[in-house]
Design a protein around this ligand. Structure first.
Ligand code: BGC
Length: 379
């Protein structure tokens, strides 16, 4: 009799557990239910990728945003190493102006005065930054709801349908971005795009890294950076590239040997003044070979190391110079000045107006492809 009652109670407990609303949090502490919505008629959700080593990446199809990346530190404690928000509404432009973790399109970084000329026709794009077009304008792809093409525990493939005239850019573009987690703790981002009329394209991801996992208490100036680049593209006081490629040799821009980000950031240097710190494109020495390390970021506090690989010729390094504590992100943390670093693989800024640089023009029949790998380890 007693045994029967126990069996019934155990069965009831199982039924109750199965019916309870799912509150399971991700390793990074996110509640997937806080990311469920419908926007632009498309369901929005949080997609969680995991690997055999316990790394976890959470992504939402709104803006293709990487919301969290959890990796082990040298003690084996999981650390969330990117900035972001803990609910979907905070990503919407009506609530926050941010590009945390976002897919950037159609053109990463700036286009001079928002003007491009393709085959003799000039197009005017939005001028949302010092008179220039930045990151595809105020309605760039970071605010688009993307279609989910494929999703499983190892990868997520999103599709962007960008109509002719989207943010002023000519031609209809169909683009795909695929996020893949590998068992050796890499996050691979692959981009592909086609068009029905000549246009320009330069896609990247705008994750803000803080490898300490403690963006409240840790400025990235305390971390070490290596960039495999002998040159960089100087900018004027409106952050516009001048067209020149300057050698890094003997300047604060020389990161060929790893050094603290903060080592020279306050040096008396016109380029540092123009960029409010480091906010420049480095001309990579890796010759578009994605098996060579383009850059490496290391946090002595946690031992977490991140290597960047890419087939792109350039890398924008932006050291959170415009973060000022006014935006509050995950776990209620206000994101302070230089408490994150972005490492955006790309073609050089304003390439459409710099014919001497690698071309960003995409024509019908061609396929644009790009790749960026963020590989994590501990030292
Ligand atoms: C740009 C910065 C800009 C930041 C945030 C970076 O890619 O170079 O100038 O402030 O993105 O949009």
């Amino acid at each position: 009799m007693k045994k029967n009652i126990l069996t019934i109670l155990a069965a009831a407990a199982l039924v109750l557990a199965a019916c309870a609303p799912k509150q399971t949090l991700t390793i990074s502490g996110l509640n997937p239910a806080d990311f469920e919505d419908t926007r632009d008629g498309i369901p929005v959700a949080l997609y969680t990728l995991t690997n055999a080593s316990g790394m976890e990446v959470c992504i939402t199809n709104f803006g293709g945003r990487i919301v969290s990346i959890a990796v082990p530190d040298r003690e084996g404690t999981m650390r969330d190493v990117v900035l972001g928000f803990d609910k979907i509404a905070d990503y919407y432009p009506e609530n926050n102006n941010s590009n945390f973790g976002a897919l950037i399109g159609r053109y990463g970084n700036r286009i001079n005065q928002g003007r491009i000329t393709i085959d003799g026709t000039t197009y005017q794009l939005p001028q949302n930054n010092y008179g220039h077009c930045l990151h595809g304008g105020p309605d760039g792809w970071h605010y688009k709801t993307l279609q989910v093409e494929e999703a499983d525990s190892k990868h997520l493939k999103l599709r962007v349908d960008s109509p002719d005239g989207d943010a002023g850019f000519p031609g209809e573009v169909t683009a795909f971005v695929t996020y893949t987690i590998t068992n050796d703790n890499a996050l691979e981002l692959e981009y592909e795009a086609t068009c029905d009329a000549p246009t320009v394209i330069n896609l990247t991801n705008h994750s803000y890294f803080n490898l300490s996992g403690d963006p409240a208490g840790h400025a990235v100036t305390e971390d070490e950076l290596m960039i495999s680049a002998s040159g960089f593209t100087p900018v004027d006081s409106t952050f516009m590239t001048t067209g020149e490629i300057a050698p890094v040799e003997g300047t604060p821009f020389d990161f060929r040997e790893a050094k603290l980000i903060g080592a020279d950031i306050e040096a008396d240097n016109e380029q540092l003044r123009n960029g409010h710190g480091y906010d420049h494109n480095w001309v990579l020495d890796t010759e578009c070979d994605d098996t060579r390390v383009a850059a490496e970021l290391y946090c002595p506090a946690t031992g977490i190391d991140m290597k960047v690989y890419t087939c792109e010729p350039g890398l924008q390094v932006y050291v959170g110079n415009f973060l000022d504590g006014s935006v509050t992100g995950k776990k209620g943390v206000a994101y302070d000045f230089r408490h994150a670093i972005c490492m955006e693989t790309q073609h050089y800024p304003d390439s459409p107006n710099k014919p001497q640089w690698p071309s960003v023009v995409l024509r019908p029949g061609e396929t644009y492809r790009s790749e960026c790998i963020y590989m994590f380890s501990v030292k």
